[in-house]
Design a protein around this ligand. Structure first.
Ligand code: BV8
Ligand code: ZN
Length: 239
């Protein structure tokens, strides 16, 4: 499996990687739908939606501050570092993460986009100003007086258009598309494997279990991303 992935990558000129919560699981960040899933105590609709924030901004901020406190204690794992290394191994490379935990940046990735925003950034609900923000006990406000919200894309909200079009343009010319640690159910990110297929990219999935796209991809590697990705990178680097 690993050998097959390396063989495919040896001739690749343009590599795209989509990551989901699974890439951060080995760092200790709970995933969304796993047994330790974040949503366990709450349903997504209760918290990660504009309606929830409208109805009870205090509860939504409490949940995000709780998540920030977990993420501030963890660090990137070998899977994040392997991806950071990969960006220098190919002429063209782009990482798109669904995660909001900032761990790819902490691991040294530079060529990446965040499709769902970032948990350490807030946005003003009045003047739209974006600022870095962590862990205040009271409801955070902008200097304009407006209530701040997490700078995160909630369910029912549009994905940042520039991020989406840059990602799709890249996928359309990619030789290889990796789908790592995602249950591939949340749209529009979940549409990427189909777009990759339509444009003849080779699709490689890395997940600890079968997902709805496992039978659809060219290579489905079952295993932990923190173990598989470093093996792929070290074999690639052996000329
Ligand atoms: C949009 C930020 C329209 C929040 C997130 C019905 C009702 C309401 C909405 C919809 C609906 N049907 C469809 C929709 C659309 C909805 C959607 O797709 N819903 C799904 C649930 C059906 N999508 C949206 O609402 C999107 N917007 O459609 O807007 C629109 C268009 C134009 C104009 C106006 C409006 C917005 C979606 C973004 C939502 N925000 N995150 C926050 O983080 O608080 S999504 C959230 O789920 C996270 O970002 C997460 O990344 C994402 C996907 O989850 P995964 O990353 O895949 O994580 P998960 O736990 O599911 O899976 C982990 C995987 O890792 C598992 O497979 C596991 O096996 C694996 N794994 C675990 N450990 C490891 C591992 N793999 C490898 N190694 C390991 N060690
Ligand atoms: Zn403001």
């Amino acid at each position: 499996m690993i050998g097959t992935a390396v063989k495919i990558l040896r001739t690749a000129k343009s590599v795209f990687i989509l990551t989901g919560a699974g890439i951060s699981a080995e760092s200790g960040v709970p995933t969304f739908r796993g047994s330790d899933g974040l949503w366990k105590n709450y349903r997504a609709e209760e918290l990660a939606t504009p309606q929830a924030f409208e109805r009870n901004p205090g509860l939504v901020w409490e949940w995000y501050h709780w998540r920030q406190s977990i993420i501030l204690k963890v660090k990137p794992n070998p899977g994040h570092y392997a991806i950071a290394e990969m960006e220098n191994l190919f002429p063209r490379f782009l990482l798109l993460t669904q995660n909001v935990d900032d761990l790819h940046r902490k691991a040294g990735s530079r060529k990446f986009l965040e499709i769902h925003g970032n948990i350490f950034r807030a946005r003003c609900t009045v003047c739209d100003k974006k600022i870095g923000h962590t862990l205040t006990p009271e409801l955070p406000h902008c200097e304009c007086g407006g209530l701040l919200r997490p700078d995160i894309v909630w369910f029912g909200e549009a994905i940042p258009q520039d991020v989406w079009s840059e990602s799709i343009n890249f996928v359309q010319q990619a030789d290889v598309v990796f789908i790592v640690g995602t249950s591939a159910v949340v749209y529009p990110a979940a549409a990427i494997p189909q777009i990759a297929r339509d444009y003849q990219a080779k699709i490689i999935e890395i997940n600890i279990e079968k997902t709805p796209i496992s039978d659809f991809v060219d290579l489905s590697i079952i295993g932990k991303s923190g173990e598989i990705l470093p093996k792929i990178v070290s074999e690639l680097k052996q000329t």
